[in-house]
Design a protein around this ligand. Structure first.
Ligand code: BGC
Length: 771
C-alpha cells in the first residue's frame, strides 16, 4: 500500500504528497482561517495552475491533449456534473462541483453499484417558456426550487441561466435563452439568479457574449458594432450582473470583433468588472478559447473543464515570464473567493433527496403561465368531458426541453395524451394505441449520435389514413394536433422541415381540418416547440393555436390546465413570430461564412469547426425593433398573447410630468371580460431619434397583473430612469440621452398600444449612473 502511494506521488508530483495528512503541518495556512494572501503564498506553482482550471472531463473520441490534467482529478464529484475544481486538502481547499443547466439540474440519474437509488431532477419549462410568462416572481420561485436540487445533490454552482439574445429563429439553443429583447432576458435571468442563489449555491450566467448561434461556434468571429453590442447583446448581462450579483459568469465560445471573449480584456475587465462592478469569477465555456495565457491575463480565472495542454502552456508561460505570477495569483484568489462561498466549503451535508414532488408542483403552474394563446375562434376553453381525436407524435412523446447541456434527466414526463386523460377528457383509443409503438419503432431505427447528448434526427409524423381521419371527425368532439420540435447544442435549426412544417405535418393539418370542419367541429393545434416556427401559411386551418413551448416534465398537465381554462392563458411572446424566416433581418447573412479551409488550430470535441465569421449587419434592429420600425407585419408580434378574458387600460399618468431624473408611470388595467385572467402589460418608449437612429419603440418595463376577476382592476407602476432613455454612443463610449419629446406607450403587445403620454427633456445628457 505504501509502495503504491509512493509510486503515485512520484507520478503526480507535489499535490498528492501535499495532500497526505502527514504533510499537514499545523502551521500551514488554511482557507477560511488564514488571509487569502497567506494561503496563496503557501501554494506551489503546480497547485496554482491546477486551481485555475477544472480537473478535466472525459468523453468518447477524446483527443490526447484534452485528457484530464494529471494533478488531482477528482473522483469525489457528482456523477454527471460538468466539472470540478482542484482540491488542495493540506491548505483546506475542497474541490467544488459545477453542473448544468438552464431548465433544471443535469446530473446522472443513476450511479454504478447503487441499485434502486436514483438522482432524478425536475425538468422545468425551458427559458423561452419562462420568459413568456413575463412573471419575474414565478421565475424566482422556479430558481429557488432548482437551487434546492443543486444544493441537495451536492453541487455548488449551477451553469445557468443562459441569456443570449434570440437573434434568429434558427439559433439551435434559443430554447435555453429567454428573448429577443435584452430587458426581458436580463430581468428573467436576474430573477433566476436570485432564486437559485437564495439557496446558498451559485449560478453562472452564460454565454458572455454574442453567442447567438451554434454553427462553427468554437471559431466564429462575430462582427458587431459597439452600439449593438452594448444595447442588445450585453445589456441583459449588465442587468443581471447589476441586479442579482451572480457568483460566476461563463464566457462564450465565439470571438467578438477578432478576439475570443474568454481572451478579451475589453469585455472581461473593461465592461464586466470596470463598468458593471462584477466581483465574481469568470469561467470559460467547456474547451472554449485557444490561448490559456491570454485567458488568464484577460481575467478569465477558471478554464473549464481543464486540459493537459492548458496546464503545460501555463507552466511554460510562468517559466518564460509571459504570464506574471501576480496575474496568476489574482486569478487564484478569485477562484478561492468562489470556493469560500460554496456549500462544499461550509461542509454542507447534502441529502441527495430534494423534494421532487414539491418541485413538480412548481413546474406545472410555471409551464402553464408561459403558454401563449395565439389564436382562438371560439374553440377554447375546452369542456370536459369530451372525446378528443389526438394527433401528432409529440402528443404522445411530448418534448419537455431541448438536448445537450440544456437537457435534464427527469423521473417522468406527463405526455399531452396523459394530461388530457387526467383532466377528464377521453382520448381516442385507436390513435392512442397506434402512436406509441410507431414512435418506438422509428426511434429504434435512428443512427447513433457521435456524442450521447446530441439530438438524433426527428421522427416523421405518423401517417393517418383518410378513412381513419373521417371516422375520428365523426366520432370525436374535437381534434387536437400537436406539432413538436426539438433542438440543442452543436447545431442550428433548419429552414426546411423545422422552421417550416414538414410535408407530412401540413398534410395532417389539412386532412384533419377539412374532416372536422365538415362535421362542424373544431381543430386545436398545440405547438410543443422550443423556438419560433412558421405559422402564417397554415394558421387559418386551426380554430385555436396554443403555443405550449417545451414545458418541462409536467407538460401534459400544464397544457390541459390551459386548454380547459383551469389556468387561464396569460403568456405573451418574448420573441417575434415572423411571417417568413426571410423577414428577420439577420437571416440575410445567417449563419455566417467560413473563411479558408478547416481551422488548423481548432481544438476540442468540436474540432470540425472552421474559421468563420458573421457580420451582425442587423445591428440594433433585432426582433420587434426591426418589425415595428420598418413596418414589416409579423405573424404574431413581440408581446402578443390572447386570453379567455379581455382587458381595458386607462388613466396613464406620468409623475413628475417631466424630469431629468426618474419618472413613474401608473396605469390601470381592468378585466372587462367574463372570466378571470392575468394581463401582461408592457411599457415601451419612443425616443426623438434626432441625434441617432432609434427604433419606433423599445421595451422599457413590463408587469403582470394578479389574477383579476371580471370587473376587477389593478394599478400597475413602472419606473423610467434616464438610462432607460439612453442609447450607446460609440464615439464617446457613453450612454447618451437625447433632448426632445419622448412618448411612453403602454401596450398589450408591441403592436397594440393602448395608452400614451409624452414628456420632454430639455437638454442632451450623458447618463452617469452607469457607463
Ligand atoms: C455548453 C455550456 C455548458 C457546458 C458544460 C458546453 O458545451 O456550451 O452551456 O454549461 O458545455 O456542460
Amino acid at each position: 500500500m505504501e509502495l503504491r502511494a509512493g509510486a503515485f506521488a512520484a507520478l503526480l508530483g507535489t499535490a498528492l504528497v501535499a495532500a497526505s495528512p502527514l504533510a499537514r503541518a499545523a502551521d500551514l495556512p488554511q482557507l477560511g482561517q488564514s488571509p487569502l494572501r497567506d494561503v496563496i503564498a503557501a501554494m506551489t506553482r503546480e497547485e496554482k495552475v491546477g486551481l485555475v482550471m477544472g480537473t478535466g472531463m472525459t468523453f468518447p473520441g477524446q483527443p490526447p491533449d484534452l485528457q484530464a490534467p494529471v494533478v488531482g482529478a477528482t473522483t469525489a464529484g457528482v456523477p454527471g456534473a460538468a466539472g470540478t475544481t482542484l482540491a488542495i486538502p493540506r491548505l483546506g481547499i475542497p474541490s467544488i462541483v459545477v453542473a448544468d443547466g438552464p431548465a433544471g439540474l443535469r446530473i446522472q440519474p443513476t450511479r454504478k453499484g447503487q441499485d434502486g437509488r436514483t438522482y432524478y431532477c425536475t425538468a422545468f419549462p425551458v427559458a423561452t417558456s419562462l420568459a413568456s410568462s413575463w412573471d419575474v416572481d414565478l421565475v424566482e420561485r422556479v430558481g429557488r426550487a432548482m437551487g434546492d436540487e443543486v444544493k441537495e445533490y451536492g453541487v455548488d454552482v449551477l451553469l445557468a441561466p443562459a441569456l443570449n439574445i434570440h437573434r434568429n429563429p434558427l439559433g439551435g439553443r434559443n430554447f435555453e435563452y429567454y428573448s429577443e429583447d435584452p430587458l426581458v432576458a436580463g430581468r428573467m435571468a436576474a430573477a433566476m439568479v436570485r432564486g437559485v442563489q437564495s439557496q446558498g449555491v451559485g449560478t453562472s450566467v452564460k454565454h458572455f457574449a454574442a453567442n447567438n448561434h451554434e454553427w462553427n461556434r468554437n471559431t466564429i468571429d462575430v462582427k458587431v458594432s459597439a452600439r449593438a453590442l452594448r444595447e442588445i447583446y450585453l445589456r441583459g448581462f449588465e442587468i443581471v450582473v447589476r441586479e442579482a450579483g451572480p457568483w460566476t459568469v461563463m464566457s462564450s465560445y465565439n470571438k467578438v470583433n477578432g478576439t475570443y471573449t474568454s481572451e478579451s480584456p475589453a469585455l472581461l475587465q473593461g465592461v464586466l468588472r470596470d463598468d458593471w462592478k462584477f466581483d465574481g469569477l469568470v469561467m470559460t465555456d467547456w474547451f472554449g478559447g485557444k490561448d490559456p495565457v491570454a485567458q488568464m491575463i484577460a481575467g478569465n480565472e477558471l478554464l473549464m473543464p481543464g486540459t493537459a495542454r492548458q496546464r503545460r502552456e501555463l507552466l511554460a508561460a510562468l517559466e518564460s515570464g509571459a504570464l506574471k505570477e501576480e496575474v496568476l495569483d489574482r486569478n487564484v484568489e478569485r477562484v478561492l473567493a468562489l470556493v469560500l462561498r460554496t456549500p462544499t466549503f461550509h461542509h454542507y451535508v447534502h441529502t441527495d433527496r430534494p423534494d421532487l414532488k414539491a418541485h413538480a408542483e412548481e413546474a406545472r403552474p410555471a409551464a402553464a403561465e408561459g403558454m401563449v394563446l395565439l389564436r382562438n375562434q371560439g374553440a377554447l376553453p375546452l369542456k370536459a368531458p369530451a372525446k378528443v381525436a389526438l394527433f401528432g407524435n409529440s402528443a404522445y412523446a411530448t418534448i419537455t426541453g431541448g438536448t445537450g447541456s440544456g437537457d435534464v434527466n427527469e423521473a417522468y414526463v406527463v405526455s399531452l395524451a396523459q394530461g388530457l386523460k387526467d383532466a377528464g377528457l377521453a382520448v381516442d383509443r385507436r390513435l392512442a394505441e397506434a402512436y406509441p409503438p410507431y414512435i418506438k419503432q422509428a426511434e429504434g431505427k435512428r443512427p447513433p449520435m457521435p456524442m450521447p447528448f446530441m439530438l438524433p434526427p426527428p421522427i416523421a409524423e405518423m401517417a393517418v389514413s383518410a378513412e381513419e381521419v373521417s371516422r375520428l371527425a365523426r366520432d370525436a368532439d374535437l381534434a387536437l394536433v400537436s406539432i413538436g420540435r426539438n433542438s440543442g447544442e452543436f447545431r442550428d435549426r433548419t429552414l426546411l422541415d423545422d422552421f417550416e412544417l414538414t410535408a407530412a405535418e401540413k398534410a395532417l393539418l389539412q386532412a384533419v381540418a377539412s374532416a372536422v370542419h365538415g362535421q362542424n367541429k373544431k381543430l386545436v393545434v398545440v405547438l410543443n416547440v422550443g423556438g419560433v416556427i412558421e405559422t402564417a401559411s397554415w394558421r387559418d386551418l386551426a380554430d385555436a393555436i396554443l403555443l405550449a413551448w417545451q414545458p418541462g416534465q409536467e407538460a401534459g398537465h400544464a397544457i390541459a390546465d390551459v386548454l380547459l381554462g383551469r389556468t387561464p392563458p396569460s403568456g405573451k411572446l418574448a420573441t417575434t413570430f415572423p411571417v417568413r424566416w426571410q423577414d428577420v433581418p439577420s437571416s440575410a447573412g445567417f449563419p455566417g461564412k467560413t473563411l479558408v479551409g478547416p481551422d488548423p488550430n481548432a481544438r476540442g470535441p468540436f474540432s470540425g469547426d472552421r474559421a468563420a465569421e458573421v457580420a451582425y449587419d442587423d445591428d440594433i434592429w433585432v426582433g420587434y425593433r426591426h418589425f415595428a420600425t420598418k413596418g414589416v407585419t409579423p405573424a404574431y408580434p413581440f408581446g402578443f398573447g390572447m386570453s379567455y378574458a379581455a382587458f381595458g387600460y386607462s388613466g396613464l399618468t406620468l409623475s413628475p410630468p417631466a424630469s431629468d431624473r426618474s419618472l413613474t408611470a401608473l396605469v390601470t388595467v381592468t378585466n372587462t371580460g367574463t372570466v378571470a385572467g392575468r394581463e401582461v402589460v408592457q411599457m415601451y418608449v419612443s425616443a426623438p431619434g434626432q441625434s441617432m437612429p432609434k427604433p419606433a419603440l423599445e421595451l422599457r418595463g413590463f408587469a403582470k397583473t394578479r389574477l383579476l376577476a371580471p370587473g376587477a382592476s389593478q394599478v400597475l407602476t413602472f419606473t423610467l430612469s434616464p438610462r432607460d432613455l439612453a442609447s450607446f454612443d460609440a464615439a464617446s463610449s457613453s450612454w447618451k440621452v437625447e433632448a426632445g419629446t419622448y412618448t411612453v406607450k403602454i401596450g398589450a403587445s408591441s403592436a397594440d398600444i393602448r395608452q400614451t403620454a409624452t414628456f420632454t427633456r430639455a437638454a442632451e445628457s450623458i447618463d452617469r449612473s452607469s457607463r
